[in-house]
Design a protein around this ligand. Structure first.
Ligand code: NAD
Length: 496
């Protein structure tokens, strides 16, 4: 592993200059000079402070929401559907043109291997803008056949107003795109609050949105902590809708707050996703995918297949193969092109992940490999597998959000199905089998919003993504992703 994340050699001058400047909010088409409390922006690959990010207070948040409200009533609201489509396509093109630069920000602040960010996150972000750019001209209502004579009744699909978009740190640019693209396509304006750990790509994206011709105020960014900036944003009376992606814990709080204020809310939360390998599966393929999904972005992925359930006859074979893949990972700083696994996002988060490993002691389970810190100042943890914990152990029930794969054997379909469903989460699941009937029957009975069969982690802007149960409600992607940013208005006209 290389010891440094040397910004001089690993970053382009343009990206380095932007990354190391102090940042405040982006409101009404302009950056606001930071003034007041700030948060240190830390590089998790080294522990070094990159810059300071404003912890925006209620006044700044109010200015951002007012700016968004003005654009909603004004220039963005007045744009014709075709003009909105064209603007979103231009934004997609600009993100594509600046992909390398944007990837540097997410690799630096999130510690994600830059080559993966370029190969995975950036195309997904572009795809969101391209997919939803097609929608503004297709948002039709209907004519309603009522029983009242001489009436003309029709419905219109209308935007909600100002959307407060609150995003997590694990897919900074992607999550911003996943929120902005459908919200804007539906005709809303947005105040985006990125995670305080990863603000840079959202701020740069807001600049690109202006360059694409979106009117000032259509996309605003407020940087800062959840307690200060996030709280002020979701409580603002002019926010019509909260679109939240993050932890179950914060999602529950925001759900309660939205209920009290009667604001629309959608919640994309965490998961502890069962990935079930039957003995009749293509074992090499299943094991390779199991390792990839467990350790991709150090396991800091909501849909990580972090609970691997393997039919007993192939347990050792699968585990050996997973270990082989884990040993081949190149652990290193996010900006280093050789890295295939980066650090955890913060020192505190690594402590939390390690804490789970301590709970394994005494349950009869064993740490099959990994479990140690990687020497150095960054927040690295080895790829780890815990074999055989009880279903009630915290490593099995909780979303660890780290490179810790839990491996559990099972014997029969009837045994594994209730065990896989006995979780408060329901985001995603995987099924590996060569038996088509079993594949259909089993996947349909899994309580998960997305089930992958003989594959894992495929994602596309056209296919609905979102959880059941405590993994939240309101889908991303597809027509469903647009639906949550729209409301229906009925016009009832008397013709007599
Ligand atoms: P988090 O809940 O700690 O923070 C998410 C965002 O909420 C951040 O911007 C944070 O500042 C903000 N926030 C925190 N407290 C707030 C408050 N009181 N009011 C308003 N905003 C507040 O989550 P995280 O640690 O950043 O991200 C990891 C979590 O996100 C994991 O649970 C992961 O599964 C989940 N996630 C889910 C999806 C999905 O699509 N389902 C995608 C990515 C991540």
């Amino acid at each position: 592993m290389t010891a440094t994340n040397d910004l001089e050699t690993l970053m382009t001058a343009r990206a380095r200059e932007f990354a190391t400047a102090s940042h405040g909010a982006f409101i009404g088409g302009s950056h606001i000079a930071p003034d007041g409390p700030a948060i240190a922006d830390v590089d998790p690959s080294t522990g070094a402070v990159i810059t300071q990010i404003a912890d925006s207070g209620a006044e700044i948040v109010d200015a951002a929401v007012r700016s968004a409200a003005q654009a909603f009533e004004g220039d963005w609201g007045a744009m014709l559907p075709g003009q909105r489509e064209a603007a979103l396509h231009r934004l997609a093109d600009l993100v594509e043109q600046h992909a390398a630069e944007l990837a540097e920000y997410d690799a630096l602040e999130g510690g994600k291997p830059v080559s993966y960010v370029e190969a995975v996150d950036l195309p997904l972000a572009v795809e969101q803008f391209r997919y939803y750019a097609g929608w503004p001209t297709k948002l039709t209502g209907s004519v309603v056949p009522v029983d009242t004579p001489d009436s003309h009744v029709y419905t219109r699909r209308t935007p909600l107003g100002v959307v407060a978009a609150v995003t997590p740190w694990n897919f900074p640019l992607c999550q911003a795109a996943i929120k902005l693209a459908p919200a804007l396509a539906a005709g809303n304006t947005v105040v985006l609050k990125p995670s305080e750990l990863t603000s840079l790509s959202a701020l740069r994206l807001a600049e690109l949105a202006m360059e694409a011709g979106l009117p000032p105020g259509t996309v605003n960014v407020v940087t800062g902590s959840g307690a200060t900036t996030g709280d002020a944003l979701i409580s603002h009376p002019q926010v019509a809708k909260i679109s939240f992606t993050g932890s179950e814990k914060v999602g529950r709080q925001l759900g309660g707050r939205a209920g009290e204020a009667l604001k629309h809310i959608s919640l994309e939360l965490g998961g502890k996703n069962p990935n079930v390998v039957f003995a009749d599966a293509d074992i090499a393929k299943a094991a390779a995918a199991a390792a990839t999904t467990a350790y991709f972005y150090s396991g800091q992925v909501c849909f990580s297949g972090s609970r691997l359930m393997v039919q007993r006859p192939v347990l050792d074979e699968v585990l050996d193969e997973v270990r082989r893949h884990a040993e081949a990972l190149v652990i290193g700083p996010g900006l280093d092109r050789a890295s295939t696994m980066g650090p955890l996002a913060s020192s505190g988060h690594r402590d939390k992940v390690e804490g789970y490993l301590e709970t394994v002691t005494g349950t009869g389970a064993r740490v099959a490999f990994g479990g140690s810190r990687v020497p150095g100042t960054g927040f690295f943890l080895e790829p780890t597998a815990v074999v055989g914990p009880a279903d009630s152990d915290p490593v099995v029930t909780d979303e660890i959000f780290g490179p810790v794969l839990v491996v559990q054997p099972f014997d029969t379909v009837d045994e594994v199905l209730p065990r896989a469903n006995d979780t408060r989460y329901g985001l995603t699941a995987g099924v590996w089998t060569s038996d088509v009937r079993k594949a259909h029957a089993f996947s349909q009975r899994l309580q998960a919003g997305l089930v992958w069969v003989n594959t894992y982690a495929d994602y596309n802007a056209a296919a609905a993504f979102g959880g059941f149960k405590s993994s939240g409600f309101g889908k991303d992607c597809g027509p469903e992703g647009l639906e949550k940013y729209l409301q229906t208005q009925t016009i009832w006209m008397s013709l007599s």
